[in-house]
Design a protein around this ligand. Structure first.
Ligand SMILES: [Zn+2]
Length: 245
């Protein structure tokens, strides 16, 4: 399992398992693998007792949030739904102090990490082929992480500020582009434009520069290998669709 090369986002989830469920990490792994994934999607799991368990591995590229796995730690609280499967914050409210402790631990491990909830990013399948786990609970993680985390002194992702939804291809759901994810986003566009560059890791290295030069060549731009404003505009123009107001 490859490791993330950088970790700029911490994404909070709930497992959407029913009250009293006691399968633990091994149970989650089974559920995720039954969906065809290679391992549990989350990097870390917070049990109902408040104990933190290793999921896929803290540093591994997880499978928990479409489009952001290469730069995001996924931390899931066990719970999140009532016996009828409806989103229920009361199932995880008591875990918030333990969640804050876990986030402090990861703050030290990943300097610069900024926190948000799954639903702040892309809770729905967007059909872009990037692996994500089974839950797809639109309400995940059943509370508003950003104001809560901010009140506890954590750095939070700038979701509602400079992030904006973009439609990559006609007929697909919008995905969010933001400052934390811009490089990974541009790599996705290059890949989708047919320029293979290796793993989408959010790091502009030699492979990304080579793919950028190839793209620039294909559209008649100077081959600088740099994702400058003109190149980005041309690249985005391939995919982004003007949405009707
Ligand atoms: Zn989630």
């Amino acid at each position: 399992m490859p490791n993330r090369k950088k970790t700029t986002l911490g994404v909070i989830h709930v497992t959407a398992t029913p009250p009293g469920w006691s399968g633990g990490v091994s149970g989650l792994r089974k559920i995720h693998m039954a969906q065809g994934w290679s391992d549990i999607g989350y990097n870390a799991v917070l049990g109902q007792s408040g104990h933190v368990y290793v999921g896929r591995g803290y540093d591994a590229v997880g499978a928990h949030v479409a489009g952001f796995n290469s730069i995001a730690l996924g931390l899931a609280m066990i719970g999140g739904v009532d016996a009828q499967g409806r989103p229920d914050f009361e199932t995880v409210r008591h875990l918030l102090p333990a969640l804050a402790s876990a986030m402090s631990f990861f703050d030290k491990r990943y300097p610069g990490i900024r926190w948000c909830g799954h639903r702040d990013l892309s809770p729905d399948r967007n059909g872009n082929g990037i692996i994500e786990p089974f839950e797809h609970l639109k309400a995940c993680p059943v509370f508003d992480v950003i104001p809560w985390a901010e009140s506890k002194g954590f750095a939070v992702a700038d979701i509602r500020g400079t992030w904006k939804p973009v439609v990559l291809e006609a007929g697909t759901a919008p995905v969010l582009e933001g400052p934390d994810t811009r490089d990974a986003y541009l790599q996705r566009l290059l890949t989708r434009a047919g320029f293979v560059l290796g793993p989408i890791d959010g790091i502009i290295g030699e492979k990304t520069k080579a793919a950028t030069r190839a793209f620039q060549s294909s559209v008649g731009l100077k081959q600088t290998g740099t994702l400058d404003a003109t190149t980005v505009a041309r690249l985005r123009g391939l995919f982004e669709v003007n949405q009707a107001a």
